[in-house]
Design a binder for this molecule. Sequence first.
Ligand code: ZN
Length: 460
Amino acid sequence: MSDLIADLRGLLDDKGVLTGEAVSERMIHVWYQRPIEALCIVRPRTTEEVAAVLALCQQHGQAVIPHGGLTGLVQGCNTTPADVVLSLERMNAVEEVDPVGRTMTVQAGVPLQVLQETAEAHGLMFPLDLGARGSCQIGGNVSTNAGGNRVIRFGMTRDNVLGLEAVLADGTVVSSLNTMIKNNAGYDLKHLFIGTEGTLGIVTRVVIRLREAPRGLSTAFAAFDSFEQLTRFLRYIDRELGGALCAFEAMWRDYYELVTTAPADNARPVPLDYPNYVLLEALTRGSAEDVAMFEDIMGRALEEGLLADAAVAQSETDRRAMWRIRDSVDQFFRFGPAFLYDVSLGIRFMDSYVTEVKQRLGAAWPEHHCFTLGHIGDGNIHFAINVGDDSAAAHARVNACVYEPLAPVGGSVSAEHGIGTEKRDYLALSRSPAEIELMRRVKQALDPSGILNPGKIFSA
Ligand code: ZN
C-alpha cells in the first residue's frame, strides 16, 4: 500500500496526496460530523493528473471514490479505510464563457454558486439551483443529475449540459466538450457520465448551457382546499403564464405547520387552514404590465375556484420570506434524527400515495412525524420521517412504508438524489431486471476491474 501512495505522490505535487490526520480531519458530509476514512485523498489539478491516478489505481486494482462538495443525500461518497478518495476540489477554474453562444466551460470542482454568479455577471443565468448551491460542485451535480427548484421550466442537470470530459477507469480521457445544442452524430456519450454517480468515469470538465437572465420574477404563495384543486391550478397557471412558470413547490400542511411554528420564525403568507400549499414563481420582463398580469391571473384563479387563498409577493423581501418557508428544511430535525426521502410518481397518483404512506406509518408508529413537500410539477415528493428510532431496522421498516406503494403506480425510489448505497436494495422496485442487467453490462464494459465508486447504485 505504501508503494501505491509513494507512486501517487510521484504523479502529483506536494499538496496532491493527503494521508493520516489530513484525511481524518475532513468530514464525509457537509452536515454530518463523521471523519473520512480512506487510505489517502488525492487532489489532482489537471485532467492529465486524474488520468495518471486512475491508470495507476487500475493497475493496483485499487478502489477510487470520487468526491465533490459532499452534499449528496444517498451515501454515494461513502468510503472504507482501504479506498483512495479522488477529490476534484483543486480543479475549480471557469475556463471559458461564451456570451454569444450562451455556454460556459468549467472544471468539475467549481461550486454551483460560482457558476451562477459568473453567468449573472454576463447578464445570463445557469438555471440549475438547489439548497446546497454554496457547497456542491458542478462535477457532483453532473454525476448525480441533480434536480432542484427550476426543473419544471429548465429540466434537470442533464438538460443543461452540452458536453463534458471524463476519465475512464483505465485512464483514457474522453473529451466530448460539445458546445452545440444539436448534435446527433452517433451516441451522445455524455449521458454515460451524467447521473451515473461516478461509477463509469470521473467527470473533469463540463460545458453548460446558459439562458438569458430574467429581468424580473413574480412570486406567490397559494393555498388549496384539496390536492385535486392544486392539480387543476397547475394546469391553469402553466397555460396562463405562457411558459414562464419556473417553480411550483408544493407543501403539505404538516410541513407548512412545522416551518411556520416556533422555534421556526417564518410568518404565514396565508393561514394554516388548508391541506395543501404551493410556492410558485414566474419569469417576467420586470415591467409594471407583467406584474399586473400576474396579479390578474392569480385573481382569476381565486374567482374561478382554482385556489382557496393566495398572497402575491409585493417586494423582494416578501419573495425571500416565501422562499425561506420552502427552504427551512433544517426544521426536519426538530424532533430528532429523520429519514429523508426523494421519490417520484405520476401526479394523478400522488394524493392517494401520500395518504397510504401516512397510513402505513401511523399503523406502525402512532407517534411518528412525517413532513411532506415536493417539486410537484416534476412529480417529485420529499418526505422527512421521524419515528423516534433511527436504528437500521427502523430505517428498513420506514423504507418499506415509503417504497412499496410506489411499485403498483410505476414510481421511482429516486427522483433526484440518486441511488448511492442508501437505495441500492430498492433499485429493483423502480427498474426492471432487463434494465439492471444492461446497467451492469455498461459498468462491466467501462470499468471491468470495478474500481470506480464500487458498491454504489448496485452491489459490487
Ligand atoms: Zn428536492
